[in-house]
Design a binder for this molecule. Structure first.
Ligand code: ADE
Length: 212
């Protein structure tokens, strides 16, 4: 998949993309990431892209024109491309949405808003999904884009070693354990549930279902 990110802060993606499983996905060419900075598309000689809102109100608004040009550049001549606009008032992001992206799209454009938002006219020009990553307000869309990219990339085949979505549905449990078998903390012993040491996979699956 190719993620095209329209952002004023492309460098804010680098630390996560250079360390996580996403960095391996990039190396393995399972994903590709490109950045389009509205500042590079503004006609303003001071590269200014935010202005006061018409009608008054707090904060600044990201201007439409340079964002439109950045999206148009990302879109190029591609016909099938999903454009996602991040906003706390959007539809909640889910695993099902991530799965659909993986199944149906090769190119996904993320539009990361900032300040009080982006001039609403961009919604008239491009058909976009308005997506929220949770019931809280972030300072910008960059973290939201990383969340969607992460949850989507892990569903691409070959990104996570043993990944099998059915398996994930069937026996995933929130509780997992690893060495040591007996953890001692402040003289108290914490043991791994016996069933996990039993080697009986039927019982282990049943326990995991129960713990879901
Ligand atoms: N931008 C600011 N807050 C956001 C949120 N919760 N989800 C998506 N984009 C946002």
């Amino acid at each position: 998949m190719h993620f095209h990110i329209v952002t004023l802060f492309p460098e804010s993606f680098l630390s996560y993309l250079s360390t996580s499983i996403l960095s391996r996905a990039l190396e393995k060419k399972k994903i590709k990431v490109s950045y389009y900075n509205p500042r590079d598309f503004t006609a303003d000689k001071h590269k200014r892209v935010d202005h006061r809102p018409y009608g008054g109100g707090p904060g600044m608004v990201l201007e439409a024109e340079s964002v439109i040009k950045a999206i148009a550049k990302a879109k190029g001549k591609k016909r099938k491309v999903k454009i996602i606009f991040f906003t706390p008032s959007g539809v909640s992001f889910t695993n099902a949405y991530a799965e659909e992206l993986v199944k149906k799209y090769k190119d996904v454009i993320f539009v990361c808003g900032h300040y009080e938002g982006v001039d609403a006219r961009i919604k008239k020009i491009f058909s976009m999904d308005a997506i929220s990553v949770g019931p809280y307000v972030l300072t910008g869309g960059e973290l939201a884009a990383l969340i969607v990219m992460d949850a989507t990339t892990r569903r691409i085949s070959g990104v996570i070693g043993k990944y099998e979505s059915l398996e994930e549905e069937r026996i995933a449990s929130s509780d997992v354990y690893t060495r040591p078998e007996i953890l001692v903390y402040k003289r108290k012993k914490y043991r791994v549930p016996k069933v996990l040491l039993s080697g009986n996979h039927k019982e282990i699956d049943a326990w995991r279902m129960d713990k879901k």
